[in-house]
Write a protein that binds this ligand. Structure first.
Ligand SMILES: NC(=O)c1ccc[n+]([C@@H]2O[C@H](COP(=O)([O-])OP(=O)(O)OC[C@H]3O[C@@H](n4cnc5c(N)ncnc54)[C@H](O)[C@@H]3O)[C@@H](O)[C@H]2O)c1
Length: 350
């Protein structure tokens, strides 16, 4: 009798052990599958997503780099171009931008459509004067923000990504102390309110889970001599608006709103800041300063921003909103200019 009971207990024990081993094996397979699917999840695939990038007119700026990275991830990329430079850009596109247009697979990036856009106008009625009196707008129609949003809606239905990569300050070369009210308000209108208006008009045609990204500059927080005309003020507004829009548009449309605080790049717009009679232009000084004083003393390239924007526009940043992301080789973290003559003799790591 005892032997029978012992045999039964042993059999049960073996069955339990086998079940345990089987379970452990299955769990290992499940974990392995989970890890490999997570790894696959790191590949950003924006196939089927539509992006509208406002502020692209050549291949030298940050807007172009963001287009290229979004396109490389599979997104359909459309752009909004300021009417005064529209023909120039169309000519550039028809001639091609060579290496600057190449995607990692060797193909040329395609811009699906170029919409004329002047981000200082919200509605059709605001454009009556400029159409009548400015020959750089001759023959153009539908370039206010709400009209462009309507055209994009007619062409694509809804979009997923909205990029604001534009700025304009007519008195940028003047110190704030000499900036006129008109110059200050123009900088704010073109460089900050334009983001508010874009989110207002495009929010209703954005899919839930969509993302808005804009471009800012550290002069919003600390003093950068030469970045004048109220542009520093406009960038401070842009960053504050990013936080408020993140809340409002997050609740209303389920979209995210972030901004990238980028280091200096010799784009067309940055070159226009000028140099006030000095040997180098403002942007050349800014680039040299960045390299000499940043934690990472390396060249900053437009692709660095393009890739950061790709992250902010992709599901990888699903829970990131209202954020100012520095893409500046770490310059924002520095309190001292380590190449300053006053620091001679201090042991600074090269
Ligand atoms: N280049 C830099 O060093 C730097 C650094 C930090 C932030 N940024 C920001 O990056 C963004 C892109 O600038 P970028 O330097 O790459 O130069 P860019 O010349 O490539 O882009 C500026 C664009 O703004 C467009 N624009 C100007 N006024 C407009 C209007 N009223 N409506 C529509 N478009 C208008 C211009 O046509 C141009 O395409 C800007 O917001 C800029 O302030 C630039």
């Amino acid at each position: 009798m005892k032997v029978v009971i012992l045999a039964a207990v042993l059999t049960n024990y073996i069955v339990v052990c086998q079940a345990f081993v089987q379970h452990a094996r299955l769990s290992t397979v499940k974990v392995a599958n989970k890890i490999s699917s997570l790894r696959m999840g790191f590949d950003v695939d924006l196939t089927g997503k539509v992006a509208f990038v406002a502020g692209v007119s050549d291949a030298s700026g940050y807007g172009w780099a963001m287009c290229r990275n979004l396109a490389a991830a599979g997104a359909t990329v459309t752009v909004g171009t300021w009417p005064p430079v529209l023909k120039l850009f169309q000519r550039g596109l028809s001639q091609g931008y060579g290496e600057d247009q190449k995607l990692p697979d060797g193909s040329d990036m395609k811009i699906a459509k170029v919409y004329p856009l002047d981000a200082t106008f919200d509605n059709a009625e605001d454009t009556v004067d400029v159409k009548a009196n400015n020959k750089r707008y001759a023959g153009l129609d539908g370039f206010s923000i709400s009209e462009v949003a309507e055209q994009v809606k007619a062409d694509y239905g809804k979009i997923d990504i909205l990029v604001h990569s534009l700025a304009n300050g007519p008195e940028v070369t003047k110190p704030l102390l000499q900036t006129s009210r008109a110059g200050y308000l123009a900088a704010s209108s073109a460089s900050a309110y334009s983001l508010v208006s874009l989110v207002q008009k495009f929010g209703p045609i954005m899919n839930e889970g969509g993302a808005v990204v804009s471009m800012t500059y550290i002069a919003s927080e600390i003093v950068i001599p030469g970045y004048g005309g109220g542009m520093s003020s406009a960038k401070a507004q842009l960053e504050s608006d990013t936080r408020v829009l993140a809340f409002e548009a997050g609740r209303k449309y389920g979209i995210r709103v972030n901004t990238i605080s980028a280091g200096p790049l010799k784009s067309r717009a940055a070159t226009a800041i000028g140099g006030a009679g000095t040997a180098k232009t403002f942007i050349e000084y800014a680039i040299d300063y960045l390299k000499a004083n940043s934690p990472l003393p390396q060249d900053l390239i437009s692709d660095d921003v393009g890739k950061a924007a790709l992250f902010l526009c992709s599901p990888l940043s699903r829970a990131v909103t209202g954020h100012t992301l520095y893409v500046d080789n770490g310059a924002h973290a520095m309190g001292w200019a380590v190449d300053s003559a006053s620091l001679q003799g201090v042991d600074i790591p090269k």
